[in-house]
Design a protein around this ligand. Structure first.
Ligand SMILES: CC(C)(COP(=O)(O)OP(=O)(O)OC[C@H]1O[C@@H](n2cnc3c(N)ncnc32)[C@H](O)[C@@H]1OP(=O)(O)O)[C@@H](O)C(=O)NCCC(=O)NCCS
Length: 436
């Protein structure tokens, strides 16, 4: 990467750096992620997030580590569904496995060799008895013994550690007021912790790197879409189901965003949090982007969106300077993460009572989600408030889309005179009109 490319890349990440600073993320790290060769890079990325001002609660799993300990002791454990029945001997292995996984993470987070990405990070890791647990008990005649579920999370204790600048490391083990320890599901602990501390995000790093359907990656899913997916998709693995149920629970408890990302893809965490494309699947309560009039700060985002369309000749070229002077004519559609996914502009055509809608564009990753239709409706409202009762559009490729939105074919002669003089016959755009 040459230095200018690097500078451009670094500048592009700045909106995300500002957006994440001071926010609280609960990161659920699967036990198999801790065993993976990519784990130390992942932990360095988590430490980097903390250096950028993100408050981090890291909840780790230990399922494969527990299986290893059981095997070493020639023990096996029964499962009821995906729940382990933890008897007294198995609980000894659970404590050993969780203890050593925790120590491994603490050791890796303490690294600071000059030639490592952790140099200078100085992460202070704190832990404690933050999770109060209760036994799962007897279900259908089966006693789950030392397998438990979360009863509550000491959010005050966690917050005070975060306030002191520490990273909080939570293990999948909880204690009951009777002084017993219980084996918990790390994802359950993570979603309860995220709700209890009012986290801004729950990030689940596991073998599931995203959710896809019919070969297509689902970049974002609303909670109703998650329900639909679980209902209709026979392909959802047990792990996907567990993660999606935890995501639903977290969203229901007020966590606005849940990200599912994979541990095997190097850099997946950073690309999910600092690039528009992301790498995994984002789950949100309700996918509805917000629309608002554009401001001067949106010029960069609009240019990013329209430049590829200008280069392919779909849209007329606009310079940054022109866009800056015309920015008040634009409406933008924003993704819940704050970035721009669509735009449209309204140009009144003199005092003729008519206007032109132009520069309607949706980011390719977000097509067919109704963004342009909502922008059109917003532009029509704006036109109405400016006493515009006829809306024209000049388009080379989207005539059918506008027809489906109630526009009808018109001729160049139908345009107000001033606009006719500016008509570019080489471009031969189709003219369409809608009476409001
Ligand atoms: C046209 C455009 C703005 C639609 O954006 P969008 O946010 O996907 O639009 P909506 O979600 O409201 O509508 C999507 C529907 O319109 C259809 N559609 C999209 N572009 C179309 C086109 N050029 N012709 C006919 N139908 C089209 C989609 O197939 C989809 O229908 P479906 O759900 O039945 O498959 C987008 O394709 C785009 O950015 N095009 C390039 C820019 C352009 O040509 N702008 C118009 C000139 S100002």
């Amino acid at each position: 990467m040459n230095s200018q490319t690097y500078v451009n890349f670094f500048r592009q990440t700045s909106p995300y750096i500002h957006a994440h600073r001071g926010k609280t993320f609960v990161i659920a790290l699967a036990g198999d992620a801790v065993l993976d060769g990519n784990c130390h890079r992942l932990l360095a990325d988590i430490a980097l997030l903390q250096s950028l001002g993100v408050r981090i609660v890291l909840v780790h799993g230990a399922r494969p580590q527990i299986d290893q300990r059981l095997a070493q002791s020639s023990l096996t454990s029964d499962f009821k569904g995906h729940l382990r029945i933890t008897d007294v001997e198995a609980m000894i292995c659970v404590k050993q496995a969780i203890g050593s996984t925790r120590l491994q993470l603490e050791a890796e987070l303490s690294m600071g060799l000059p030639n490592s990405p952790m140099h200078g990070a100085e992460v202070r890791v704190m832990g404690g008895n933050f999770v109060v647990a209760k036994p799962i008990g007897v279900i259908d005649g089966v006693d789950h013994q030392h397998s438990g579920e979360v009863r509550r999370v000491d959010h005050v204790g966690i917050q005070s550690q975060l306030d002191s600048g520490a990273m909080v490391l939570v293990s999948p083990i909880g204690f009951s007021p009777t002084g017993e320890a219980f084996n918990l599901s790390y994802i359950d602990v993570a979603s309860h912790a995220a709700v209890a501390i009012g986290a801004d995000k729950l990030i689940c790093i596991s073998a599931v790197s995203n959710i896809s359907q019919n070969g297509g990656l689902l970049r974002s899913l609303s909670i109703p879409a998650v329900k639909e997916y679980l209902k209709n998709s026979n392909a959802a693995s047990q792990l996907e189901q567990t993660l999606l149920c935890a995501a639903q629970q977290a969203c229901k408890g007020g966590v606005e965003r849940v990200h599912l990302i994979g541990y095997r893809d190097d850099g997946a965490l950073l690309s999910e949090l600092f690039t528009r494309e992301g790498s995994g699947t984002l789950i949100i309560q309700d996918y509805s982007e917000s629309l608002r009039p554009a401001s001067i700060d949106d010029v960069g985002g609009i240019l990013d969106l329209i430049q590829p369309l200008e280069e392919s000749g779909v849209l007329v070229k606009r310079s940054r300077e022109l866009l800056e002077t015309e920015i008040s004519r634009f409406m933008v559609a924003l993704h819940p993460e704050g970035f721009l996914v669509g735009c449209a502009a309204l140009y009144p055509l003199g005092s003729t009572g008519s206007g032109e809608i132009a520069c309607v564009a949706t980011h390719p990753d977000f097509l067919s989600q109704g963004t342009a239709s909502r922008l059109l409706a917003a532009i029509e409202n704006q036109a109405h408030s400016q006493s515009i009762d006829r809306l024209y559009v000049l388009t080379t490729q989207a005539a059918h889309w506008f027809q489906e939105q109630g526009f009808v074919e018109a001729t160049v002669d139908a345009l107000p005179e001033d606009k006719q003089l500016l008509y570019n016959y080489q471009r031969s755009s189709r003219v369409l009109c809608k009476r409001l």
